[in-house]
Design a protein around this ligand. Structure first.
Ligand SMILES: [Zn+2]
Length: 81
């Protein structure tokens, strides 16, 4: 994958615009949720993918009682009842 580098200025409220080319390349659209990670002095951001709090799966994840849970874990919990 070709590396893209550019710079932007952070405003007084800490906001920064993600360049359009990078948003398009990563499939980010207005309204999408993103998550931030840090590694040393670097800040990385990526599209947010809900994951199951039990197994980490991102397939068939839904929200129950404010937590994300996949269908498989939900079925396991129901079986245990
Ligand atoms: Zn799960």
């Amino acid at each position: 994958m070709k590396k893209i580098g550019t710079s932007r200025t952070i405003d007084e409220l800490g906001r920064v615009v993600v360049p359009k080319e990078m948003r398009e390349r990563c499939g980010l659209e207005p309204g999408d949720r993103i998550e931030f990670h840090t590694e040393g002095d670097k800040i990385m951001l990526c599209k947010f993918h809900a994951s199951c709090v039990f197994c980490g799966s991102t397939n068939n994840v839904r929200t129950a009682l404010g937590r994300q849970i996949c269908e498989d874990c939900l079925l396991e919990i129901k079986k245990a009842e």
